[in-house]
Design a protein around this ligand. Structure first.
Ligand SMILES: [Fe+2]
Length: 187
């Protein structure tokens, strides 16, 4: 019979795969952004994401298992959509708003996953794992809040500022590089 622990370890493998994919995708998304505040937010979260991979390995260890990943189809799909929207808006002043939307979809998926994993780790009585998952969950929530703040202030303002021809020209010049980078990110 499948137990809660089976479910927990399966979902842990799913989110570990998601984090590995994000480690590859976040630098490319930062490169595609033309707003320096958004670039910084994405790169800050890259550092945290690398930390999440290490913490997840410790969570596996806390359950006496070796870390393993299992293809996270949701993240594959969300990153494919991120690439699609980034390609569509490359060279446009709405690129930053598009990237924020894509990044927030990923964050919301992660917040849902870590919320469940935390709850299950507590039910399974593994305090060490629960503490680690709580730390990751807190960072995912902060990253999401930082993106919300950017969406409400700078990036969407820039997206709406169609008169910002300098930024648009700069973005257009980066377009070829960006498209290559985005395709590499989802390969
Ligand atoms: Fe993460």
């Amino acid at each position: 019979m499948k137990t809660l622990q089976h479910l927990f370890l399966g979902e842990l493998a799913d989110i570990l795969d998601a984090e590995h994919r994000l480690v590859k995708a976040l630098p490319k998304m930062a490169k595609a952004a033309t707003c320096t505040h958004l670039q910084n937010a994405l790169l800050d979260h890259l550092e945290e994401t690398e930390g999440h991979v290490k913490k997840l390995e410790l969570v596996f260890e806390a359950f006496g298992h070796k870390a393993r990943g299992k293809t996270c189809q949701a993240t594959v799909g969300l990153l494919a959509e991120a690439a699609e929207i980034a390609e569509e808006y490359a060279g446009s002043s709405a690129i930053n708003a598009a990237l924020i939307a894509a990044a927030q979809k990923v964050e919301h998926y992660e917040i849902a996953s870590y919320g469940c994993l935390l709850e299950w780790a507590e039910r399974l009585g593994n305090k060490k794992a629960a503490d680690l998952l709580q730390e990751i969950l807190n960072e995912e929530k902060s990253a999401n809040n930082a993106l919300t703040e950017l969406a409400q202030t700078r990036s969407n303002d820039e997206a709406l500022d169609v008169g910002d021809s300098e930024a648009a020209a700069d973005a257009a010049a980066k377009k070829t590089d960006v498209l290559k980078a985005i395709h590499q990110a989802i390969d």
